[in-house]
Design a protein around this ligand. Structure first.
Ligand SMILES: NC(=O)c1ccc[n+]([C@@H]2O[C@H](COP(=O)([O-])OP(=O)(O)OC[C@H]3O[C@@H](n4cnc5c(N)ncnc54)[C@H](O)[C@@H]3O)[C@@H](O)[C@H]2O)c1
Length: 283
């Protein structure tokens, strides 16, 4: 996909962080915007900034971890603008905690938003793009956690690995179908966003219950560690431009933190040589 002007971008998690940056870059490229976020008012705030740049768009407050909401989002996008040319499946959360301590409801929450929302998006939008026949693109936001097994973040690692694999499968299936749809999977390391505020985006059906984990020292340590990783991450500037350049160049894997390359390669080498996972990998 090389022409963006006048075409429609649907961006989930557009109220903060990466999503807001993608929306601004789409606005710069004169796209029509459908911005979606669970946090009330946040997609509207991004849209206001985009409108100041001359963009046309709508903002929706939806929880995209629910299939019916994704269906509704897609219907509204088509009813409003007639096409969907770019889908950025970006909304996500990160909860950390050891596998035997983190409540299983946090696994279900993470699977629903980090993985299922992307599957719902592709399931709804790809048939529309196929029918359009024009060059289209889908970006699934995964993470470098989709290429390695970082300690303490089981659900995040699992869903991000799954996001990479569903993206790869989509790419292959679309090639076999000779479709005019490009796919990219974005796998950044830590970047300064609001990801450490994921707790505030917890849907009602996963609300904190009386599980003792939420008042434990382990929980406190997990929250502090994610705060530290995100606050000391790389600055977010130029992320929007970088992703749109990757779309133009039909780049599938978008890896932006070469510091992890040795870990990624080491993991594959260990698998091939039968070497066990080892904490010394992380230095
Ligand atoms: N920041 C990082 O270091 C980093 C690294 C790798 C990958 N990522 C990924 O980038 C993506 C964007 O995260 P970010 O870092 O910009 O964080 P962020 O918290 O700033 O943005 C995520 C947005 O998604 C929204 N969201 C959360 N749950 C939602 C739901 N159920 N429905 C709709 N919207 C929902 C949030 O309200 C928020 O606006 C995520 O998928 C995240 O896993 C982030």
């Amino acid at each position: 996909m090389k022409d963006f002007k006048g075409r429609t971008a649907v961006i989930t998690g557009a109220g903060n962080g990466f999503g807001a940056e993608f929306a601004k870059e789409a606005a710069r490229r004169e796209m029509k915007l459908v911005l979606v976020d669970i946090e009330p008012g946040s997609a509207e705030k991004t849209l206001t900034s985009c409108k100041k740049m001359g963009a046309e768009g709508i903002a929706l407050t939806y929880d995209v971890s629910l299939e019916e909401n994704v269906q509704e989002m897609v219907k509204i996008a088509i009813d409003t603008f007639g096409t969907i040319d770019l889908l950025i499946n970006n909304a996500g959360i990160c909860m950390s905690g050891r596998i035997w301590e983190l409540p299983t409801q946090d696994w279900r929450w993470t699977v629903d938003i980090n993985l299922m929302s992307q599957i719902y998006g592709m399931h709804e939008v790809i048939p529309i793009m196929l029918k359009q026949g024009t060059p289209c693109h889908i970006v699934n936001v995964a993470s470098v956690a989709g290429t390695i097994a970082y300690p303490n973040t089981g659900p995040y690692n699992a869903t991000k690995h799954a996001a990479v694999l569903t993206s790869e499968t989509a790419q292959i299936d679309l090639q076999l179908a000779q479709a005019n749809i490009g796919i990219s999977v974005y796998c950044p390391g830590f970047v300064q966003t609001t990801l450490h505020h994921s707790q505030e985006r917890r849907p009602e059906r996963f609300k904190i219950n009386d599980d003792p984990y939420y008042s434990s020292e382990s929980y406190k340590v997990a929250i502090e560690s994610i705060n530290q990783f995100i606050e000391t991450g790389t600055p977010i500037d130029s992320v929007g431009m970088l992703i749109f350049q990757a779309i133009e160049e039909e780049q599938f894997y978008i890896l932006t933190h070469p510091i992890y390359n040795a870990l990624i390669g080491g993991r594959i080498q260990d698998m091939l040589s039968g070497k066990n996972p080892d904490i010394t990998r992380f230095g």
